[in-house]
Design a protein around this ligand. Structure first.
Ligand code: F6R
Ligand code: MG
Ligand code: MG
Length: 365
């Protein structure tokens, strides 16, 4: 059975500040998607949250980029925004950047990750969702899952993965894409994806079968809006088991927290902390950034699950390390490398301070 899995998300209001989603907003989204399931537009759905982001996980047979599915998501965000406005939540409707729906939510603010595939005998899916970070945060985890034998031993000892994976990389500033084959092109791949604010892994394919293995949302809100409206808070879908990495290989990268951009005012680096859904409540200095991972088995498109995979005790040490890293970064206060380089900060007073200084900057001798 061919099935499309669409994960469409938006921050349509935070509770309190940017730290959480309000249960009434989630309940409204559930109501909208339940109706769509009843109307047979959706096969199944699951509504959840990661921090202040509302996450719509939907299965259907409309294919990727379906106008009907995108409109459903857009309308659901609009309905949720009404609830958020009534509660006067912070930043109600903040990620909805267009006045009216025009066929596809891409470029309109919400984040989108979609993949269409033939459902396997056992279709294991893991959906990662992050808050207080940007889309490039998936670059290193995806590299580790699909190209690093120190993370994924299956690349070495499982014949159905030994030929490697292909990485589709997007240059979000120049609107270009390129595909690299791992393992033989990993040095070429890394020169790009090691710069995650510009180059992002959009998709990963199994090289022998050409099957889709992973897909991420790569929209940059600031590039769409031309101004800061919130961090991208990206999502990523990964297929697991069989000729794809095992569940344990897929979640392993999150056991070693890395520094990502997006903390406080979208202008700071901080550790990406793996947490349960319940703990996706970025509070300290509006963070530190969080990632959750929900596992599902698909049955004729029905979402059996979720299992809250990063809630597991084996991530306790990673959480502890992330808190230590957070302290270390916070020690820098308004200095780099905690604060982002000038051109990457989402908030800045630089132009007005420069203007105020007038001629006080003079040439060096
Ligand atoms: C970071 C984030 C928050 C806000 C901060 C100021 O991605 O969402 O750190 O940037 O709370 O928010 P506003 O400008 O909405 O008051
Ligand atoms: Mg927010
Ligand atoms: Mg958010």
């Amino acid at each position: 059975m061919r099935i499309t899995l669409s994960v469409i998300k938006a921050d349509i209001g935070g509770y309190v500040g940017h730290s959480e989603s309000h249960p009434d907003v989630l309940a409204k989204a559930d109501e909208c998607l339940a109706q769509a399931k009843k109307d047979k537009l959706l096969v199944d759905y699951h509504v959840t949250k990661c921090g202040d982001d509302l996450q719509l996980i939907m299965t259907h047979q409309q294919g990727e980029d379906s106008e009907k599915i995108h409109k459903l998501a857009w309308d659901t965000f609009l309905e949720g925004t009404e609830v958020a406005k009534k509660l006067k939540l912070h930043g109600a409707g903040q990620d909805l950047l267009a006045d009216a729906f025009s066929g596809n939510v891409r470029g309109m603010g919400p984040g989108v990750a979609e993949m269409e595939f033939e459902e396997r005998e056992a279709e294991t899916i893991i959906i990662f969702m992050a808050d207080k970070t940007s889309s490039g945060a998936w670059n290193m985890p995806l590299y580790k899952m699909f190209a690093d034998p120190f993370n994924t031993i299956g690349l070495v000892i499982a014949s159905n993965m030994h030929a490697g994976f292909a990485f589709e990389v997007h240059d979000v500033k120049e609107h270009k894409k390129v595909t690299f084959n791992a393992p033989e092109e990993i040095y070429d791949l890394l020169i790009f994806i090691g710069a995650p604010s510009r180059f992002m892994v959009k998709a990963v394919y199994h090289r022998e079968s050409r099957e889709i293995a992973a897909v991420s949302s790569t929209q940059r809100l600031a590039l769409i809006a031309g101004r800061y409206v919130g961090k991208d808070d990206p999502v990523c879908i990964v297929r697991s088991q069989g000729s794809f990495p095992a569940v344990g290989e897929v979640v392993e990268p999150f056991a070693s927290p890395i520094l990502v951009e997006g903390w406080m005012r979208g202008s700071h680096m901080g550790p990406l902390m793996p947490v349960s859904i319940k703990d996706s409540t970025p509070t300290r200095f509006d963070g530190p950034p969080r990632v959750i991972g929900l596992g599902f088995q698909l049955t004729e498109g029905n979402l059996v699950g979720p299992r809250d995979l990063l809630a597991d005790k084996s991530f306790n040490l990673a959480r502890h390390q992330a808190n230590e890293m957070a302290d270390l970064m916070r020690r820098h206060g308004p200095f780099e490398p905690h604060r982002l380089p000038l051109e990457e900060m989402e908030y800045t007073t630089m132009p007005e301070v420069m203007q105020k200084l007038g001629g006080r900057f003079t040439d060096l001798d």
